[in-house]
Every structure is written in structure tokens, then in C-alpha cells.
Write a protein that binds this ligand. Structure first.
Ligand code: FEO
Length: 397
């Protein structure tokens, strides 16, 4: 399958409808994904990126239907992660001498993964690949999201090939931002940002500013995953700018896990308190024993207040809560208030542990935390509700 994007650009990637986990088992992808590769034809022909290894054979076979592989003059690897480079070993068996343009770090990444001495050409910002009537201009985009990432800009057509930037794990046959369900598209773009790009928000902000000062006209943004932006280019760039600056909405997110429903009862009582004190506050609850943690992290990204609850188990917390605390730390959320809660039967360390981890992750603790023994009685539930009300009041200040 190939899809004509413009007179000179053809999509030659793979839509992966069946993908449900990414980065091993780490990230959920309920709407599948795509590995976008592009063929650019001018007097010279260049292939931008490939696909994930399991689809290598299919990719190379499809590419052969689109072009005689010997007509490919250059390959650009915007980013060496294997979901975009996985078909290179098979492809390079067919065209072993074709130069691969990538960053200096890209060479490290590709040789580290495939142990092949391909004809690498290192590029940096300002370098240009002449295709004839058009040129590819390279823009280093370190840490968006790997140190090797580059963007490639096609002049005349004004297309930014943005690697993982502006991407979404979103399988669609519709290809363009204006042809897909807007709620699904923007949710997947935000989930992608929150779970993959957020730790590098400082670099995102700087890179966007740099691109804006370059005054490049952009007709299309072609990311390496998901749909192509053609109608909402300004919107996705300005939204990325907002997301990169300690983003939050008027929202509180409660994530918890429970053994015998005691902590669950506290979670709903706290939610009642939040809403009672401030009916305009959006409150989301994610029971992490069953809820998707990446959706929970997306809601945490959107929130100004984060509540984390666990019963005490073996002097610590449930493993789902240990995991989400670790990810809250790794993802580097900024400007968020937080508090902990939980039930216990004997020693009761969970709230203290959660407080320590939230503080370590850089969240601002705005409550000492609430814990109660055994199954919460009416008095405990009233105290939890009061905690919610107090927290909602704190957000107003
Ligand atoms: Fe889609 Fe960082 O690879």
C-alpha cells in the first residue's frame, strides 16, 4: 500500500491496526499506530525512514512495487529507534551502498542496534541535501525524544517531516487531521505528548521557538506516527507550545488502588468533596488495578491537582501505585499540587511513602495526607470528603 501525499511525496509506511502495547509493554496504544515512511521524488529520490522490524519484509516488498530500489539515491533516518529503522537491515541488503543521512547520534544508535557499517552521512542543523528542484533542510531536534532525532524539511513543498514530534499512536486509513474524529485525534496527540515527550518539554519549547524564528512556511507536518497535519498546523504547534509549559487545566485526578475497597471508598469521598467545594473542577478517577496507566498519566498531565491513594501493604504501597509514582517521577510533570491517602490495618506507612515519592517527583504537597484504619466508617468518609473540600479551596487561591 502506498498513498500519494503530493506530486513528489508518497507515503510508503505501515498502518499497524493490531498494535496494543508499545515500547515493550510500557505504553498502551488502544487505537493502534502507524510507522510512517515517505518517498520523495525529484531529480534525486530519497526515502525518509522505514518501519518496525516485524513489518520489514512487507515494507520492502511494497516499496519495490512503488519504485525500483536502485532508483533510491538517499535514505534519511530522522530517528534511529527501531520502530522507524527496523526495516533498514533488509533494505540495505538490496541497496548496500546508498548513503544514510542522519545525525551523528543517529549513527551511534543505528550501528549500536544493527552492527552494520553502512554508508552513513552525518548531518546537523543547516545542512542541506539537494534533490534537484527541491532541497531537504535538516534541523537537529535533540531529545524530541532521543538525542539522535532530526527533522527534515522539504523546500518548495514546505513539508516538515517531524519524526516522533507531533505524532500520535493512531491507526487510520484517513491520513489527514481534517478527516479523522477530532476527539480521538487530539486525545491521542496529547497522550503521546504526556507519555513520551513531556520529560523533554524544555527542549520542545526551545525547538519550537527556533523553528518559528526560521520562518519556514509549513504546508504539511508529516510525523512518523499517526495522521498528517494539513489543516491544523498552527493549532498543533501552538498546542505543543502550551503543553511544553507546565501544562494544566482546572482538573483534579485521583489515582488509587485498593485491596478490600477501603481506599476506593476514600477516593470517592475525596472526589465528592472536591466537587462539592468547586463544581467547576473536573474530577477524574483512575482505579489503577484495572484502569489503563497511560490514560491515567494523560489525565495527570492535564491536572493541577493529583491525588494518589494506596492501602499499606508490607510496609509500603500496592505495586500499581509504586509503578505510577515511578512514572510520575520519570515524566517530569511540573507545576502540580498533590496529596496522598490510604487505609491501613496495622503499621500504616503508605501515605508517608506516597508523600515522599510525590515530593521527590517535584510535585507540591498541599496536604499532610489522609489515612484511616480498617474500612472507613462514616466519620472517616466525612474526613476524606473534607480533605477534598479543603484541597478544592486551595486551588482557588
Ligand atoms: Fe517512534 Fe522514538 O520512535
Amino acid at each position: 500500500m502506498s498513498v500519494k501525499i503530493t506530486d513528489s511525496v508518497t507515503w510508503v509506511g505501515k498502518i499497524d491496526w493490531a498494535l496494543r502495547r508499545f515500547h515493550g509493554e510500557e505504553l498502551s496504544t488502544q487505537r493502534g499506530s502507524s510507522y510512517n515512511a515517505y518517498l520523495v521524488r525529484d531529480e534525486k529520490t530519497v526515502l525518509i525512514d522505514t518501519v518496525w522490524g516485524p513489518f520489514a519484509r512487507e515494507f520492502v516488498d511494497n516499496l519495490k512495487k512503488e519504485i525500483d530500489l536502485n532508483e533510491i539515491d538517499y535514505i534519511i533516518s530522522n530517528h534511529g529507534e527501531t520502530d522507524h529503522s527496523g526495516a533498514l537491515p533488509l533494505l540495505m541488503k538490496e541497496i548496500p551502498n546508498v548513503p544514510i543521512y542522519c545525525s551523528a547520534n543517529g549513527i551511534k544508535s543505528l550501528t549500536g542496534q544493527y552492527h552494520e557499517n553502512w554508508n552513513f552521512v552525518p548531518v546537523k542543523t543547516g545542512d542541506v541535501l539537494d534533490l534537484g528542484k527541491k532541497k531537504i533542510q535538516f534541523i537537529e531536534a535533540r531529545m524530541l525524544h532521543w538525542p539522535d532525532t532530526i527533522f527534515s524539511y522539504l523546500t518548495e513543498e514546505n513539508i516538515l517531516f517531524s519524526s516522533d514530534g507531533f505524532g500520535q499512536h493512531f491507526a487510520s486509513e484517513m491520513f489527514y487531521d481534517d478527516l479523522v474524529d477530532q476527539g480521538e485525534l487530539w486525545y491521542e496527540a496529547q497522550k503521546y505528548y504526556a507519555n513520551i515527550l513531556n520529560p523533554f518539554s524544555n527542549m520542545v519549547e526551545k525547538k519550537l521557538e527556533e523553528i518559528m524564528t526560521m520562518n519556514l512556511p509549513i504546508n504539511l507536518i508529516c510525523p512518523a506516527h499517526g495522521i498528517i497535519w494539513r489543516k491544523q498546523i498552527n493549532e498543533i504547534i501552538s498546542t505543543y507550545m502550551e503543553w511544553s509549559k507546565a501544562y494544566k487545566e482546572h482538573q483534579a485526578t485521583i489515582v488509587y488502588d485498593t485491596m478490600w475497597q477501603g481506599t476506593q471508598h476514600l477516593a470517592t469521598a475525596i472526589a465528592n468533596g472536591l466537587r462539592k467545594a468547586d463544581p467547576t473542577l473536573v474530577v477524574k478517577i483512575h482505579p489503577l488495578g484495572r484502569a489503563d496507566k497511560n490514560d491515567a498519566l494523560t489525565d495527570i498531565f492535564r491536572s493541577e491537582l493529583v491525588l494518589v491513594g494506596s492501602p499499606t501493604v508490607n510496609r509500603g504501597v500496592l505495586s500499581t501505585i509504586a509503578s505510577i509514582l515511578s512514572q510520575i517521577h520519570e515524566l517530569g510533570f511540573k507545576g502540580k499540587k498533590a496529596a496522598a491517602f490510604g487505609t491501613y490495618g496495622w503499621s500504616g506507612e503508605s501515605v508517608k511513602h506516597i508523600n515522599e515519592e510525590l515530593a521527590k517527583a517535584g510535585l507540591e504537597l498541599v496536604h499532610e495526607g489522609y489515612r484511616t484504619m480498617w474500612d472507613p466508617d462514616a466519620e472517616s468518609l466525612a474526613a476524606a470528603e473534607k480533605m477534598g473540600m479543603d484541597l478544592a479551596e486551595k486551588l482557588k487561591k
